[in-house]
Design a protein around this ligand. Structure first.
Ligand SMILES: Cc1cc2nc3c(=O)[nH]c(=O)nc-3n(C[C@H](O)[C@H](O)[C@H](O)COP(=O)(O)OP(=O)(O)OC[C@H]3O[C@@H](n4cnc5c(N)ncnc54)[C@H](O)[C@@H]3O)c2cc1C
Length: 310
């Protein structure tokens, strides 16, 4: 029995989501191998070999894998899938794009978004926006799994010394082609990797106020900026800042929610944060039910005061 983790990487480095996925793979029981499917990805392969608990890294290097096209990555996984009892992807946009293709081709049921490994064939996963936890058992020969990264601690990025092998890269499927990519550049930590997140809601009232009030506090704390869906829908914050059921799932050390009511769909994305601070002028706001520290106050007064005090 051995598990294959599909690395999330940028060809040179391995992204943090891979580390949490390795921890889930270790919990499945057997050896843990990592597939780095990329182009000129030797550096990412070396980084993956350092991850504690990984025994082998397979680097598949091909121009067809340069842009992470899901059809090509899935074909690469399938080329070696026969050697594994478990194939694990981080539950990221990339992982969720590739995993169903692999599961379908293997004719097995995907086990999505697991938060715990009970045994090699039994897993926990949240359902109903995190309000219930389902325990699912799979009798399929190969378990194709996506891993909710906030459910597992990150494996140590260094300390391992896995063997690195190369695998022949797959040919281009020809089913899709890369056109362009627009990447938002930000000095701030990426939301799912941020240790602190400052998140704003509808109460901010405009994109200008969001920047004026939230950004200085985030700067002081070296925090990522998040938002409720209401704030995103109103255009106060960009789409990729949305936290929640239909946004990003985060679990930072500190989550500060300002002017966010605490709808279940928002809580589904942040309630596993280690310490939650809520600032809301309505003392009945549901966000206070998950908050470790609550401040009933006008955010336009409280946030600038906090920023000044820090
Ligand atoms: C299928 C589905 C998926 C969804 N997915 C998501 C999701 O991923 N993420 C998400 O966030 N939502 C999601 N939603 C929407 C969710 O139901 C709520 O509508 C949304 O979270 C509300 O955002 P909010 O808290 O900013 O706004 P509101 O609910 O309007 O709350 C604003 C809060 O600000 C407080 N306030 C007002 N003025 C001030 C002030 N000056 N100082 C301090 N506090 C103030 C108010 O007391 C209030 O509590 C989803 C909904 C559906 C149906």
């Amino acid at each position: 029995m051995s598990a294959l983790v599909i690395a999330e990487h940028d060809h040179a480095t391995v992204k943090p989501a891979t580390l949490n996925t390795v921890t889930a793979a270790i919990a499945c029981g057997g050896e843990v191998h990592v597939l780095v499917a990329g182009a000129n990805a030797a550096e990412a392969g070396k980084a993956a070999a350092q991850i504690a608990g990984v025994t082998k890294v397979i680097v598949a290097d091909s121009p067809s894998l340069a842009e992470n096209l899901a059809e090509n990555v899935a074909a690469q996984v399938l080329a070696i899938a026969g050697n594994y009892s478990h194939i694990l992807f981080p539950s990221t946009a990339n992982g969720k794009n590739v995993a169903p293709r692999v599961a379908a081709k293997l004719d097995v049921a995907q086990i999505s978004d697991i938060t715990a490994v009970v045994s090699a064939d039994t897993f926990e996963r949240p359902i109903y926006a995190g309000n219930a936890i389902a325990t699912v058992q799979s009798t399929d020969a190969t378990k194709v799994i996506t891993v909710r990264t906030t459910g597992f601690d990150a494996a140590a990025a260094t300390g391992g010394s896995a063997a690195v092998e190369t695998a022949e890269g797959v040919a281009d499927s020809g089913k899709s082609s890369f056109v362009s990519r627009e990447v938002t550049k930000s000095e701030r930590p990426e939301l799912t990797a941020a240790k602190i997140i400052v998140s704003g809601g509808r109460a901010l009232g405009s994109a200008e106020k969001f920047q004026e009030v939230m950004a200085p506090l985030a700067d002081k704390l070296n925090a990522g900026l998040g938002a409720s869906r209401a704030a995103v829908d109103a255009g106060y914050a960009p789409n990729d800042w949305q936290v929640g059921q239909t946004g990003k799932i985060v679990a930072p050390q500190l989550y500060i929610a300002a002017g966010i009511s605490g709808a279940i769909q928002h809580l589904a994305g942040m309630k596993d944060s280690k310490v939650i601070v809520a600032i809301n002028k309505d003392e009945e706001a549901p966000i206070f039910s998950v908050a470790d520290y609550g401040l009933v106050a006008d955010l336009f007064v409280a946030l600038p005061e906090m920023t000044t005090a820090l």
